[in-house]
Design a protein around this ligand. Structure first.
Ligand code: PLP
Length: 239
């Protein structure tokens, strides 16, 4: 008799289905817009990141077509293998100027940004102080780094400081990471107080501005939210 080593997959899927936790991606039958066709039905879209409506802006579509005519549909391999097209470098230079920072690195999603930023900054001998409600991709990025993760209560600067005082002396380096705007509830991190605390204790500060960038750009106050931090991941800002 052969043992079915993949039987657990069907069992697990049934378990998820019964608990209403099985998430099957929907099929979009039209461009990403406020109104869309999803699984054949016309629906109002409340779950896109197209905050500024740029996905279908005529100038962006024209620019994308012109870039494809000149550069083709992609560099045909990852940047570290085939190299970076001059077009990507130009994008990053312009993003850095727009953000008023030294340089920018463009990646495909917020999730990837958080995997890319944390591990080069901290490792096994270091500690990360992380807000309890930080986005899941920050938590994954923190785990990937191998650093010890110390969770402080949501937006609670006093709790964060108490944990920094207790834990930091046991490690080589410390990093404090927070969402700028918490995407589930829309509340804002006390960045002035957190960066002041980080400055006093010599912590690297990382602010995930993935949601903040778009919200504050829409509100016309783009620059204030990420001021004062030494390392910022602002994913998706170019979309
Ligand atoms: C603060 C924050 N960081 C990262 C992400 C992940 O971004 P993406 O969906 O582009 O992978 C999200 C997504 O909602 C987010 O709110």
């Amino acid at each position: 008799m052969t043992i079915d080593k993949f039987a657990f997959i069907a069992e697990e899927m049934n378990r998820l289905r019964e608990a209403s936790l099985l998430n099957a991606p929907r099929t979009m039958g039209s461009p990403a817009d406020a109104w869309m066709t999803v699984d054949g039905k016309r629906v109002l879209n409340f779950c896109a990141n197209n905050y500024l409506g740029l996905a279908n802006h005529p100038r962006l579509k024209e620019a994308a077509k012109a870039a494809i005519d000149r550069w083709g549909a992609g560099p045909a391999a990852v940047r570290t293998l085939a190299g970076t097209q001059a077009l990507h470098l130009e994008l990053e230079e312009r993003l850095a100027r727009f953000k008023g920072v030294e340089s920018a690195l463009f990646v495909g999603s917020g999730f990837v940004a958080n995997q890319a930023v944390l591990a080069p900054l901290v490792g096994r001998e270091d500690v990360i102080f992380s807000d309890r409600l930080n986005h899941a991709s920050i938590i994954d990025g923190a785990r990937l780094s191998g650093a010890k993760i110390v969770v402080y209560e949501h937006n609670d600067v006093a709790d964060c400081e108490a944990k920094v005082k207790e834990q930091l002396p046991n490690f080589r380096r410390g990093l404090l990471v927070t969402d700028g705007v918490f995407s589930m509830d829309g509340d804002i991190a006390p960045l002035d107080k957190l960066t002041e605390l980080a400055g006093r204790h010599g912590l690297i500060t990382m602010v995930d501005g993935r949601t903040a960038r778009a919200c504050w750009a829409a509100a016309g106050a783009a620059s204030s939210i990420t001021s004062g931090c030494t390392a910022c991941s602002t994913s998706r800002s170019a979309r």
